[in-house]
Design a protein around this ligand. Structure first.
Ligand SMILES: [Zn+2]
Ligand SMILES: [Zn+2]
Length: 239
């Protein structure tokens, strides 16, 4: 029987370290950046969206720094910088009655001023970072494939159990795709197994840091602290 889209990508990613969907999302973002740079720099709709998004999110801006990107990025960012400059040039300070009094009250100013509210809102993203959109869509496809293939023939459950598992943010998203009790039980059991194993390794790492046991050699628990950060927060730094 033919396998659904992404099944083999998942199988491959489950054999590697870190959250498989973080890894695959990173790859999807990477190809979205490539196609943006090589195919869409002069596409009017793409440029319009990027301006509306007020540029890329921080993560993807950093990911855009790559060989051959300079000209494409210059063309796209020239538009965005021009857009925000125009907004600021047209922006106005809008004093409201009572503002001066409230400003003097201790603890009033938490960084939100009604006088600059409109400008702040206009300078804020009006659309999602286009690479985030592509990345999220890829993540959704993979999480759907994972949950739809967690039980039955050629289930991914065994590979999952042996892997680092999904990070917590992706596990929460995966739960949103679970529609039957059998998948829920299998996924929850595998995830619990992974988290309990990680807890044991953290315990072991902490124990070996006790001066009484410091001569004991570090094993797999040596990098458990980094794997715990990855397991709870996700992200591409760990893959
Ligand atoms: Zn993840
Ligand atoms: Zn982004």
């Amino acid at each position: 029987m033919s396998k659904p889209l992404g099944y083999f990508d998942l199988k491959e990613a489950l054999a590697k370290r870190g959250c498989p969907v973080c890894r695959l999302e990173f790859r999807a973002a990477d190809s979205a950046i490539d196609s943006l740079l090589w195919e869409s720099v002069n596409d009017v709709e793409t440029r319009h969206r990027l301006n509306a998004a007020r540029g890329f999110c921080r993560t993807h801006a950093e990911q855009l720094v790559r060989n051959g990107a300079a000209l494409g990025v210059s063309i796209m960012m020239r538009d965005v910088v021009h857009t925000v400059a125009e907004i600021l040039a047209a922006g106005e300070f809008q004093p409201s009655p009572g503002l001066a009094v409230r400003k003097k009250l201790p603890g009033f100013n938490h960084g939100g001023s009604p006088a600059t509210d409109v400008l702040v809102k206009t300078l804020s993203p009006q659309a999602e970072c286009p690479i985030c959109t592509a990345q999220h869509a890829a993540g959704t496809r993979y999480l759907q494939t994972l949950t739809e293939n967690f039980t039955g023939a050629d289930s991914l459950a065994d590979e999952y159990r042996r892997s680092d598992g999904l990070c917590l943010p992706h596990f929460r998203r995966a739960l949103g795709f679970v529609t039957d009790a059998e998948t829920f039980r299998a996924l929850a059991e595998a995830q619990l197994h992974i988290w309990r194993q990680l807890t044991d390794q953290l315990d072991e790492f902490i124990r070996k840091n006790d001066y009484r046991f410091q001569r004991e050699k570090m094993g797999r628990e040596g990098d458990a602290w980094q794997r715990a950060l990855a397991a709870i927060s996700g992200g591409s730094k760990w893959i």
